[in-house]
Write a protein that binds this ligand. Structure first.
Ligand code: HSE
Length: 303
């Protein structure tokens, strides 16, 4: 495969996975974006980062966007070169808002942007490669496609469909972000190898109901966001987030842990009662931030 362009630019939204009962399957794109510009150069790879994660991320070949870009180029047999890259990040790292999926999707789309035949890395290939790198498709799918998605994998590949959420929907996501971080890897070690049959049955029913709630009838969102598969098991790693979810739900807010946490997602959070409630529950309100991020319907954009 031939490289036809030296420059590419992409922006990719944050995502919230699981949405309660949709563990590793449901996800939603949110109105926070990372933007990345690259130039293919003859010299060595150089990375400049501003915004979220700027103090922590590697500045060379180890940067996740660069690794994903190289993975994409290798996949289609395109030649590699040095990369000069500029990242402007809005997505907080280690908070359950899909920053690694956004970086992975960004790198793969940037690879597409350099190719003579962009169709060689179509959305299907990007979702497959991103899922391979992430281990699950529930952040990569909404990051790529926008909106709320159901994603799944079979022996051959990853798949996703976008739910039809009406423009008039009352779904208006707010995220509550703590200063604390939690890695997905750590959060996954807290999950049991098996769960009671009754909990699996409960979860399947709630996940199905959530699709109805999001697409047709948000009045059932409270029941539709109940979970028995992951949130409580992860409580030891984020007790304050779980307490916040519990209190907000008691007060009628459809709150869940966002992805692997520790952020909290409130699906209909545009309500004056929300922030005062958060202040009452958490020990150090100055460590928490509320952001009315909204639903992102566009998904990733390659310019
Ligand atoms: N479904 C994944 C998990 C999402 O909860 O571990 C991680 O962002």
């Amino acid at each position: 495969m031939r490289i036809a362009h030296t420059h590419a630019r992409v922006d990719v939204p944050a995502t919230s996975a699981n949405l309660g009962p949709g563990f590793d399957a449901l996800g939603m794109a949110l109105g926070l974006r990372d933007s990345v510009e690259i130039e293919a150069v003859a010299g060595r790879t150089e990375v400049e980062v501003t915004g979220e994660g700027a103090a922590d991320v590697p500045r060379g070949e180890d940067h996740l966007v660069v690794r994903a870009l190289r993975h994409g180029l290798d996949h289609v047999g395109a030649p590699q070169s040095g990369i000069r890259m500029r990242c402007r990040n809005e997505i907080p790292h280690g908070r359950g808002l899909g920053s690694s999926a956004a970086a992975t999707v960004a790198g793969l789309l940037l690879a597409r942007g350099l190719l003579a035949d962009p169709d060689a890395l179509d959305d299907r290939a990007v979702l497959d490669l991103a899922t391979e790198m992430e281990g699950h498709p529930d952040n990569a799918a909404p990051a790529l496609l926008g909106g709320a998605t159901i994603s799944w994998t079979d022996e051959a590949s990853a798949h996703a469909v976008v739910l039809d959420i009406p423009a008039t929907s009352s779904v208006d996501p707010v995220v509550l972000l703590p200063a604390a971080v939690l890695s997905t890897r750590t959060a996954r070690t807290l999950l049991p190898a098996s769960v009671p049959h009754a909990d699996a049955a409960f979860e399947a029913g709630r996940a199905a109901l959530l699709v109805h709630a999001l697409t047709r009838d948000p009045s059932v969102l409270m029941a539709a966001t109940e979970d028995r598969l992951h949130q409580e098991y992860r409580a030891p790693a984020m007790p304050e987030s779980l307490e916040l979810v519990r209190v907000l739900r008691q007060e009628g807010f459809p709150a869940t842990i966002s992805g692997a946490g520790p952020s909290v997602l409130v699906l209909t959070g545009a309500d004056d009662r929300l922030v005062p409630l958060v202040r009452q529950v958490v020990a150090r309100p100055e460590d928490w931030r509320a952001a009315r991020v909204g639903l992102d319907r566009l998904g990733a954009r390659l310019w």
